[in-house]
Design a protein around this ligand. Structure first.
Ligand code: FE2
Ligand code: FE2
Length: 297
């Protein structure tokens, strides 16, 4: 089975599509940041997603995983445009699994107006509904073929404070995750645990307090007994893997698939119980793998 993991495409915002009432508070500051340069780095997002789908088909990818941050400001127009843009990737033979990033539920109006649900609500669904505890949706589990399971928890939350972009997995979801990971139905399967926020940064230490996952240690403690699995995340816009003392299972951050000059992704091959992770990047107008940097998981 071949699995493509990408993240943090931060598709360009059509600023005129954002209604005046949405510009209050943090979105004004986020919009100013976009004007001041951040937008340039993500300007080719739509074209790159077309290339990513071409790459997906060329490599016969079975399952596609996205760990969030489709948008920048979490507006209704951005979420609708993002959904359309990833629709081709959703046609992978074994499906598409995603979680929201903090930018997709940027401030509370996204939740109040159910904007995320409007565009992506139909992409959720679980094979083990007995574990759903939070908001009727989380955590969710997908049993993929006979060899793989994907378990997702939501770490993204609105951050109305301009200085804060941290995340937290609600304790109820962590408790449910603990029970899921010991469910016999997962025995013998390689388990990918997804969440937007990275529980560790590239150097193996926790991310900054105002930017990282505030309960990263609790999350890692729940996952620690997972002997045949990996944590997949985004949020930090650099692709990396962490396999360090005290960090188990390994963490794969996909970085951003579209950030100019620093595009990243991971490709996982699952075969006969063995899993290989190969990093990918953007080269000469398309995505390419770097097999010399592949790692056995
Ligand atoms: Fe991001
Ligand atoms: Fe993020």
């Amino acid at each position: 089975m071949r699995i493509l993991h990408f993240s943090d495409v931060h598709l360009p915002v059509r600023l005129l599509s954002v209604p005046c009432r949405d510009w209050m508070g943090k979105r004004m500051i986020g919009g100013a940041n976009l004007f001041l340069g951040r937008a340039r780095k993500f300007a080719d997002g739509y074209e790159k997603l077309v290339a990513l789908d071409r790459f997906r088909r060329e490599l016969d990818v079975d399952l596609v995983i996205c760990t969030g941050d489709y948008t920048s400001l979490g507006t209704r127009a951005e979420l609708r445009d993002a959904r359309k843009a990833v629709e081709p990737l959703m046609q992978a033979p074994l499906g598409y699994v995603n979680v929201p990033g903090n930018h997709d539920i940027y401030v509370f109006d996204v939740l109040r107006q159910k904007r995320w649900d409007e565009s992506f609500g139909d992409t959720f669904g679980t094979d083990l509904p007995q574990y759903v505890v939070d908001g009727g949706r989380w955590p969710f589990v997908r049993l993929v073929g006979d060899d793989v399971a994907v378990v997702a928890v939501n770490s993204a939350r609105p951050n109305p404070q301009p200085w804060r972009s941290s995340g937290k997995i609600p304790p109820l979801q962590l408790e449910a995750l603990e029970r899921i990971l010991t469910d016999p139905v997962l025995l013998g399967r390689f388990v990918f645990v997804l969440t937007h926020y990275a529980p560790r940064a590239e150097d193996g230490v926790p991310d900054r307090r105002l930017h990282g996952l505030v309960n990263a240690d609790e999350f890692l403690a729940v996952c620690a007994d997972l002997s045949h699995g990996a944590i997949l995340c985004g949020h930090i816009h650099r692709r990396y893997m962490v396999r360090a003392e005290g960090v188990k299972p390994p963490i794969f951050c996909a970085g951003s698939a579209t950030k100019a000059g620093d595009e990243g992704l991971w490709l996982f091959d699952v075969e006969d119980g063995q899993v290989r992770a190969t990093p990918g990047t953007w080269r000469d107008g398309g995505y390419a793998l770097d097999p010399s940097a592949a790692v056995e998981v």
